[in-house]
Design a protein around this ligand. Structure first.
Ligand code: XMP
Length: 597
């Protein structure tokens, strides 16, 4: 959260909720640059901003040590919007009164506009449905403010001082559950005297920055095959020329089917041939031999990656002391730690910025040309640079690749006890990661069996919410799509091997193909396919289909695939040698996570 402010941008002061990135990315779609900063940012650093949005946060303004911004922000003469905690802090700071709410209000709520809703709520008609999540509320407005909306549980649901351009809303316009949320943010943005901004204008600006930062050095880049590093690599090639850039793609053996080929082709079309492809799969499989623990797997994959990279770059005569910089495809949410990402880190370790890289950043040896962009902006930039549409709009894929989708186990583990479910069901002999409340869970999954195995019904989806809430035994609920009745599962100890990776690659390619044929690629946000070390026979395995809808991966809904699609996928996957069972994961996030480990 440092560096000088982009002139005439809108600043979001992040009070630690999970919403700062959502606000920032939404406002950018109105053609204005946004910057997320800590609430304690000194006032001097905020001069030149076009407007300030105070985000929500988990605390009460009455909590000891609750986050505070500098009250002088109200003297900058620019529009300020307070959302939820931002509203409370604004109310208290400007002389109004906040009370600790007796009734906590969560979820969808109806608001009624007052006096046409003022500037902000003018598109909401007489009222609309919004997303509330608060305990405290403003009970007396500061001087100069008038109410613009009210709700049954919260008298002052929104208020404004139109003269000074100060606005306060108790609900969350940034989440999609709030009707007219976009309109509200747009109306605020229109009130700010912000400089126009677009991905195209950014590309020009960043090109100049790259030239300055690199000087007469060269850039070495690790290309993972994902969208971010591919776009960054293309950009560097176009700005610096192919002579001054070198790429390395480490094939871990854990990539998707034909992925390396797809990447090579996309680059070749643009005349980019300076990508060395190093097949290190044997080294990865050797290091992962007899490794069963999920975190241990992640660590080994990360370490192997670093050691291959080091070896190959030495072989190629690249040394950072020798006029080379390291390029990275880091994007904005990875560089800005909001309350949410801090929290997310506790749930799973992401090896985005390891210590060694952090040191290099401090020494000015790292170039991150996409560090101010959100994913959708990176994609737009990729297309602008000439990468194919299907290539830049690929679903997200985790760094450790299929490594986190091949579940391993040395011995069967079963839940102690069972939970009464009114249909035929069976617990899995393995556990998977989930997220509930503030923490990580590592529990069993339970599968439902039905006479019509590929038909997802409303009551199953209800069970998928109800069961993990009601018992500590299970954090996931699935539907078995290959069998109508439960049978004993046969556990088959397994770690990551080439054979298992190949098998999962085939199943994954089938799911991908059928999803695309059914025209579902755009509605589904990500579709992990997971391999489980048990089946109905000795040596057999199971496949889990995990299609989800999401906006930002923080929360996700399971997608109930249409019956005919599910049937086709199941049939084709069941035809693979070694697959005994197929399941569809019905669990939302929370309580499940998108990946299984
Ligand atoms: P979860 O499973 O936490 O996943 O709901 C959220 C999103 O993050 C991706 N993911 C990862 N990406 N390295 C990555 O680059 C990782 O270790 C990793 N773990 C999860 C996941 O695919 C989903 O989009």
């Amino acid at each position: 959260m440092h560096g000088s402010l982009h002139p005439k941008s809108i600043v979001i002061l992040d009070y630690g909720g999970q919403y700062a990135h959502l606000i920032a990315s939404r406002v950018r779609r109105f053609g204005v640059f946004t910057d997320i900063r800590e609430p304690e940012t000194p006032i001097e650093d905020l001069r030149g901003a076009a407007g300030i949005i105070l985000s929500g946060g988990p605390q009460s303004v009455y909590d000891k040590g609750s986050p505070q911004a500098d009250p002088k922000i109200f003297e900058l003469g620019i529009p300020v919007l307070g959302i939820c905690y931002g509203l409370h802090w604004m109310t208290q700071t400007l002389g109004g009164e906040v009370s600790q709410g007796k009734v906590k209000e969560y979820g969808r709520t109806a608001i009624r506009t007052v006096e046409g809703g003022g500037t902000l709520l003018q598109d909401c008609g007489a009222g609309c449905t919004v997303w509330m999540s608060h305990g405290d509320e403003a009970v007396r407005l500061p001087e100069g403010f008038t109410q613009i909306a009210t709700s049954d549980a919260c008298e002052n649901a929104a208020f404004a001082d139109e003269k000074r351009n100060f606005f306060a809303i108790q609900f969350h316009p940034e989440v999609t559950h709030s009707e007219h949320g976009q309109d509200i943010l747009r109306r605020f943005t229109e009130r700010c005297d912000a400089a126009p901004w677009s991905v195209e204008s950014y590309a020009k600006e960043i090109s100049e920055q790259i030239l300055t930062e690199v000087g007469d050095r060269k850039v070495f880049m690790l290309v993972s095959g994902g969208v971010d590093s591919s776009v960054a690599f293309t950009l560097l090639n176009q700005v610096l020329g192919t002579e001054r850039v070198q790429g390395l793609l480490v094939d871990t053996g854990l990539m998707r089917k034909d992925e390396v080929l797809l990447i090579e082709k996309a680059f070749a079309k643009l005349g980019i041939t300076n990508l060395r492809i190093e097949n290190a799969s044997e080294e990865f499989f050797a290091n992962l031999r007899e490794v069963y623990d999920p975190e241990e797997k992640r660590r080994i994959i990360g370490d192997t990656f670093l050691s291959v990279q080091k070896r190959v770059s030495e072989e190629m005569g690249l040394s950072m002391q020798d006029g080379w910089m390291l390029g990275q495809g880091t994007i904005y949410p990875d560089t800005i730690e909001t309350g949410a990402t801090k929290h997310a880190d506790k749930i799973k370790t992401h090896h985005n910025r390891v210590e060694a890289v952090q040191k290099m950043i401090e020494a000015g040896l790292v170039l991150e040309p996409l560090k101010d962009l959100y994913k959708d902006e990176v994609r737009a930039l990729g297309e602008e640079l000439g990468l194919p549409h299907e290539f830049v709009w690929r679903h997200p894929f985790p760094g450790p690749g299929l490594g986190v989708r091949i579940l391993c186990g040395k011995e069967a583990s079963l839940p102690e006890g069972d939970y009464e479910i009114h249909v035929d069901h069976a617990a899995f002999p393995i556990r998977s990661v989930g997220v509930q409340g503030d923490g990580r869970s590592y529990r069993h999954a339970v599968a439902l069996f039905r006479t019509q195995p590929t038909k997802v019904t409303e009551d199953m989806l209800e069970l998928a919410t109800k069961i993990p809430n009601a018992t500590q035994l299970y954090n996931r609920v699935l539907l078995c799509t290959s069998h109508a009745a439960a049978m004993p599962f046969v556990f088959n100890a397994g770690y990551i091997t080439k054979e298992r990776a190949d098998l999962l690659r085939e199943a994954d390619a089938i799911a991908d193909d059928e999803m695309k044929k059914a025209g579902l690629y755009e509605t589904i946000w990500q579709f992990p396919v997971v391999l489980l070390p048990f089946g109905t026979t000795q040596g057999g395995e199971s496949v889990v289909l995990r299609p989800i809808e999401s906006i930002d991966a923080m929360s996700a809904n399971a997608v109930a695939l249409p019956s005919e699609v599910l049937q086709k996928m199941t049939e084709r996957i069941m035809n693979l040698d070694g697959i005994d069972l197929v399941f569809l994961d019905l669990t939302n996030k929370p309580p499940g996570t998108i990946e299984w480990e």
